[in-house]
Design a protein around this ligand. Sequence first.
Ligand code: CP
Length: 316
Amino acid sequence: METHYRKKDLLGIEELSRGEIEHILEIAKSFREVNERAIKKVPTLRGKTIVSLFYEPSTRTKMSFEIAAKRLSADTYSISTTTSSMVKGETFLDTIKNLEAMKPDVFIIRHSQSGIPHRIASITPVSVINAGDGQHEHPSQALLDLLTVLDHRGSVEGLELLIVGDVLHSRVARSNIWAFTKMGAKVTLCGPPTLLPLNTLEKLFYGTQVKVTYDLDGAIPEADVLMVLRLQLERQKLSFFPSLREYSLLYGINSRRLQRAKKDLIVMHPGPINRGVELSSDVIDGARSVILDQVTNGVSVRMAILYILAQRGSEL
Ligand code: CP
């Protein structure tokens, strides 16, 4: 088993070994101290060039990659759909080849189409980070989620992770299922049958030990970690449930519903949150919530990813 991360790209958690995941997390922990300093900057990636291409909106991922890169002294640049020459008809692949000619070290790509970062990684020598591709994977999110659980529980091995909500459209769920099962957790998925169709899940998660339940109140008392997913209304072409009110009633998490939960259950959400739909304000802002810890950990994890990939081929 690979114990050090030596890949050119970070495209998904599915293709990583436990050793590679642990390697990234160890480096992330070592960068935490930089984020606590008065002057939050080290020269580690001086002279490295990082280009972000976000073709879908983002607050957390885009900003934390940018903050991470700047704290490591890399030069950062970003391009978006509306400001690039793609509006004049240039293809994405031609855009990449032209940017590649400017000799960057890393591309960070978010795109609505699953598989785009993989395609780009196969045609460029530049390291590619998948910052979320369609409904496929969001690897840096799963890594920061692992780090957050490690912080609060010490270990992931044997923990019961309950993922609730729009699993069908969620790249966060997919990456986390790979990440947590590889690290020894037991994963249960819960949501309305329309957003958790058994035939689709069997194809997606073959080889993993995920359980599926439609009984949220029955599953909550067993859970150590509750990961609530955003209802991805922008990806829902069909009507998957009668109304937001009904969804919230059946699958929304509120403090009344958590009364039967374990005392040390922690509640996570990748953000952005539909406040009052999948999570109530009393839970978001309550004692069990580690949602902002996830955001804080995003910076250290992304520093580690950039450090490993941008240093490739350089002397450490
Ligand atoms: N969790 C996450 O990917 O958030 P953003 O869409 O704001 O980046």
